[in-house]
Design a protein around this ligand. Structure first.
Ligand code: ATP
Length: 203
């Protein structure tokens, strides 16, 4: 199952709720960090293509410098995406394949619409919240309004995400209301995982 939503919509919170209830969550953000670990081939390629100034003194990626480099340069952004996305996808496939049989596996992927193929998922779940609610929650997390709006501007729109959604979770309320909405979907995802397990012939 692919779980997505714009920045500050609450998808990580939904992923956490699912993980607390026993689901296996694979995070695209986490994979994106691992793919450029010091010593990785992807990081070496980035440094070759964009220069050593993308590296911090300890050899790790200077994310702020990379962000600045690609912010206003769509061509550079595409080069970076071309380099990283297939590697992240391969890692995600590996993580899915190594999940225990019968587990409910959820892929938390902020850029599902922008960087993945919805057809790869049995179901796409989109978390939504009104813009002002998102901005207020992001402000609480220390991201100011202008920076948050700039990030939102770079992401797909609510309409684009909704067009791919099988399920929409409305996170305009409190955490309890969110958990209540997630529960029936989680039960259905679990049942499906178990049904698949039951159909899998024994080896
Ligand atoms: P990002 O794309 O930045 O990872 P996200 O969509 O994963 O964002 P979260 O990190 O889950 O969003 O939520 C953003 C912030 O809002 C977090 O600090 C989270 O604790 C808070 N939050 C999420 N849902 C609610 C809610 N229903 N009520 C109050 N706070 C919430």
């Amino acid at each position: 199952m692919g779980l997505t939503g714009g920045i500050g919509s609450g998808k990580s919170t939904v992923a956490q709720l699912c993980a607390q209830r026993g689901a296996r969550v694979v995070s695209a953000d986490e994979l994106a960090r691992r793919v450029v670990e010091p010593g990785s081939e992807a990081l070496a390629q980035l440094a070759r293509q964009f220069g050593g100034q993308l590296l911090l003194a300890d050899g790790s990626l200077d994310r702020a410098a990379l962000g600045q480099r690609i912010f206003a340069d769509p061509q550079a952004r595409r080069r970076v995406e071309k380099l990283l996305h297939p590697r992240i996808q391969a890692m995600a496939k590996h993580a899915f394949a190594s999940a225990p049989t019968g587990a409910t596996v959820i892929y938390d992927i902020p850029l599902l619409v922008e960087a993945a193929d919805a057809a790869d998922f049995d179901e796409v779940c989109v978390v939504e919240a009104p813009l002002e609610v998102r901005l207020a929650r992001l402000a609480d997390r220390g991201l100011d309004r202008a920076a948050a709006l700039a990030r939102i501007e770079q992401q797909a729109s609510d309409e684009e995400r909704r067009a791919l959604a099988d399920v929409i979770i409305d996170n305009s309320g409190n955490l309890e209301q969110l958990a209540r909405q997630v529960e029936p979907h989680l039960q259905r995802w679990r049942q499906r995982a178990h049904a698949l397990l039951a159909r899998t012939p024994e080896r």
